[in-house]
Design a binder for this molecule. Sequence first.
Ligand code: HEM
Length: 467
Amino acid sequence: MRPAPPEPPPPAAASAGGADPASLPDPPGQPPRGSVLRALRFGRDPLAGIRRLQLRWGDVAMARIGKRRLYVLSHPEMVRDVLVTHHRNFVKSFALQRARVLLGEGLLTSEGEFHLRQRRLSQPAFHRDRVAALAGTMVRYADDAANRWRAGMEVDATREMNRLTLGIAGTALLGVDVEGEADEIGRALTDALGLFDRLHNPLAPLLDRLPVPGTLRMRRARERLDATIYRAIAERRASGEDRDDLLGMLLSARDVEGDGGGMTDLQLRDELLTLFLAGHETTANALAWTWHLLALHPRAEARLHGELRDVLGGRAPGAADYAALPFTRAVLAESMRLHPPAWTVGREPLADFAAGGYRIRAGSIVLVSPWILHHDARWWGADVDAFRPERWLQPDFEASLPRFAYFPFGGGPRKCIGEGFAWMEGVLALATLARRWRLRHVPRAAVAARAGITLRPVGLRMRVEAA
Ligand code: HEM
């Protein structure tokens, strides 16, 4: 039995509620200006950087990046304060604001009233029934991958999972089969994300306007993605067809609680590109990490195969099987605990606020990290670093966790709109592939975690074997 999680620490560690934040001290231990970039090695290994900060300074850790203060808040109550209780005091941090260059005013990047309206318009497209209606697409693409695989074949599991989720996203979002163009679109998405390479570069706004190679590559990538999306919108408008995919839902959405209007082509483009970007690589990484962990834990893998045999008996899964596959879901949950694809969530406070008895200044960067919280033995017990999917099957396990000890999909009004989609896709794709195949690391495969915008496994060379 896993030990009951300890009581949260005394209020000193949580938000200081009503105190005037300006009267509170800054968190201790701030290193001298400028040294942090080196100390954190933020560019090269941000994961180790924020881990070091938390280990050294605890639940309220502060550092400076150039002129900016950066805080890492690592207590579940502080996460709740930032994402839920005081969410109005925060906007997305500068990383996502920068993403506007590419994503415009999509759900991920927009703020305030406009975000609320777009969220209202998009929400019905993610209703449980709509997601269930997309299950067939999810399974079809996973089955295609399963048919492509051969015993003894070597694959890069990260790349395979990206190809899979990109195919699913193309059909589920736009109703077009982009799998044939998957490599090209995948490259365009990667190039477009090159935008973030300049995250810490003060000259970024200037570079974005100059015809230097990085900028030209990004522009070409954006044009490539825009062409696919605008083509899909134009074809659908012209055909007048009413289809089940997300594009169809978004096209017919009307803001009945607000102005009664729908979305312009530009808004549709921003939302669809956002969904493409937010939805496909995150899920691909969750699945790729899962293959890595299953290969390292044959007992868990055997139990997974057992569940798939018992429930499916050799047929492909469907939406109705989701609830009958609790261990498959637990495998994914535990994989996202150890390797949360969105490993950090960033915000910028509009006004000073209090956390753990300290002053957190307006205009700073506040990071709350699922990766940190998911690896904290205070909430997970001594086996915090072990891959134990069965922990999720214990009665009342999730209810016994402090809220925000586990938050791979964020929380509050900006919580991931695609969470239900991602669970359905993850469970069905894993079930479809694992009922036929297992993957093993090839000798000398050097797997590493690359923490960029998402937490991605690199070097995941694996050999396909019959399950
Ligand atoms: C395992 C897969 C996924 C993970 C781990 C994940 C994680 C997250 C997280 C942590 C956020 C909150 C970001 C913040 O508060 O700053 C978020 C937001 C978002 N996600 Fe996901 N996501 C996943 C899959 C998806 C999918 C499949 C879609 C769409 C099809 C999607 C669309 C979005 C959108 C549009 C937002 C912005 C929501 C808003 O601000 O209103 N995500 N996601």
